[in-house]
Design a protein around this ligand. Structure first.
Ligand code: NAI
Length: 480
């Protein structure tokens, strides 16, 4: 605690650099800046205590300061151990009016290269604001903050936190330990938090999957807005964001020439489509694996060969997972790859590539080339290069998606926060999407910056196609 502000970041003296980059990013985030102007006077989030768990980057700093400008009190952590940009975290803590000696911004608990134990400690810091109050809103990315509240409340209701067993993976053991420590201090902590939360707005595919499952099982403790499935989120961030940040991550990590290389993309959903375009744009020969016939057919129609992973193990130069599923590349498969093949993941969780299995291969040697770049040498002497230890490489090895595309995602986030906070009682304990007119609004806010001149429907044309002159222009089932 400095100057009455709690935080845990790497180095506050990085704040000046962070501030300069935040100011550049603001210019590239017209949607968020328009939201700041629109709500400057009405402050719809006054009284909101927002707990945010989302990659602590420069772009996220602009989101955080937007939420503050809308009236919210905010606490923030990263949703990945490697994704924090330390200068962004420092600048948010110092704030727009503070100094390194007297920080006056927002409490952040995040640094690049947390251990998993530190990660769950940070996440736990979200649930007690400085005045002892619990949060009443969550911004989540991947669902870890929501998971902690749900598990905590479940164990409190049961009267005991289960002891970790050897069958639990390391991360689940740490979750149990974090909850046990918290509950030891306050036996009803998470129950109280859950009762206060008006809603969660979830950023990504994997987090949304968790929410739908909780809702289906009747276990969701508060309303949720699925931000990911706004068209202006998943059809932009997941696709065009990855198109930018995948090649960026590989380049910064390895500087390997991508042209001419054989790149294997596992999964051809929104992220996979962006990944394929990213590497194809660099002249790589891209092949794809899929389980869904529709996505496989889409890949084929784009001129991409659709293969089974085992068919290309011995000849692929790069292997990138994008599925949001687990067990996509096994240790045995990695052992069959070419010398110095590059293996990386851009799906949300680190279980797409079997890193635990790789570490268990007898005689295998891991060598750090630099942080988040390792070679793993098999007993026969050949090696593979693994990026970000199997975690999101676009954030671990580079700086994630660029500001402009994140402005689309985060404008959805800000609107969703306002929606759930200002309309308690209008939403059930279920998962909702933002209505299409708001999705169209987010897009509209980004047109001027690109010089887009939109054609206006005449009244007669609008009647002919059965829409309002001002939109929405498409039915909900339209797929873009
Ligand atoms: P999606 O559902 O559109 O695509 C995933 C695709 O993987 C689907 O087409 C599915 O059929 C396929 N798939 C599933 N199991 C497979 C298997 N065993 N082999 C081959 N293909 C398989 O999901 P989306 O939106 O593309 O997200 C993918 C992941 O990326 C999620 O974990 C999401 O949270 C994450 N994400 C990461 C971002 C980043 O910055 N790195 C940005 C946005 C999302």
């Amino acid at each position: 605690t400095v100057n009455g502000l709690e935080f845990a970041v790497k180095d506050l003296s990085l704040a000046e650099f962070g501030r300069k980059e935040i100011e550049l990013a603001e210019h590239e985030m017209p949607g968020l800046m328009a939201i700041r102007r629109e709500y400057a006077d009405s402050k719809p989030l006054a009284g909101a205590r927002v707990a945010g768990s989302l990659h602590m980057t420069i772009q996220t700093a602009v989101l955080i300061e937007t939420l503050v400008d809308l009236g919210a009190e905010v606490r923030w952590v990263s949703c990945n151990i490697f994704s924090t940009q330390d200068h962004a975290a420092a600048a948010v803590v110092v704030g727009r009016d503070g100094t390194v000696d007297a920080p006056a911004g927002t409490p952040v608990f995040a640094w690049k290269g947390e251990t998993l134990e530190e990660y769950w400690w940070c996440t736990d810091q979200l649930f007690q604001f400085a005045d002892g109050q619990p949060p009443n809103m969550i911004v989540d990315d991947g669902g870890d903050a929501t998971l902690l509240v749900h598990k905590g409340a479940e164990f409190e209701a049961a009267g005991a936190v289960p002891q970790p067993t050897d069958d639990d993976n390391e991360e689940y053991q740490l979750i149990l330990k974090t909850i046990a420590d918290s509950v030891a201090r306050d036996p009803k902590r998470f129950t109280k938090v859950a009762a206060e939360i008006r809603g969660v707005t979830e950023e990504t595919t994997n987090g949304v999957k968790r929410l739908y499952k909780l809702a289906l099982d009747g276990e969701l403790l508060f309303p949720a807005i699925n931000v990911n499935d706004s068209v202006t989120k998943s059809k932009f961030d997941n696709k065009y964001g990855i198109r930018h940040s995948l090649a960026d991550g590989i380049n910064r990590a390895t500087d390997v020439m991508l042209g001419g290389k054989l790149a294997v993309i596992c999964g051809y959903g929104d992220v996979g489509k962006g990944a394929a375009e990213s590497l194809r744009g660099q002249g790589a020969r891209v092949v794809v694996t899929e389980i869904d016939p529709i996505c496989a057919l889409q890949a084929a129609m784009e001129g991409l060969e659709v293969v089974e992973l085992d068919d290309v193990l011995h000849k692929g130069d790069l292997f990138i997972t994008t599925t949001g599923n687990f067990g996509i590349i096994s240790a045995a498969q990695m052992s069959k790859m070419k010398h110095n093949a590059i293996v990386g993941n851009v799906g949300h969780f680190d279980n797409e590539i079997d890193m635990a299995g790789l570490a268990k291969i007898e005689g295998i040697k891991k060598l750090e080339i630099k942080p988040q770049v390792h070679t793993w040498t098999f007993p026969d002497g050949h090696a593979i290069i693994v990026l970000s230890e199997g975690r999101l490489l676009n954030l671990g090895n580079a700086t994630g998606h660029p500001s402009f595309v994140m402005s689309n995602s985060f404008t959805n986030q800000a609107i969703a926060q306002i929606e759930l906070y200002t309309k308690p009682g209008e939403y059930e304990k279920d998962v909702y999407r933002l209505p299409k007119h708001l999705d169209e609004k987010v897009a509209r806010l980004h047109l001027d910056a690109l010089g887009v001149r939109l054609t206006k429907l005449t009244k007669e044309q609008a009647e002919y196609i059965g829409v309002d002159v001002e939109g929405p222009f498409k039915p909900d089932h339209y797929r873009y």
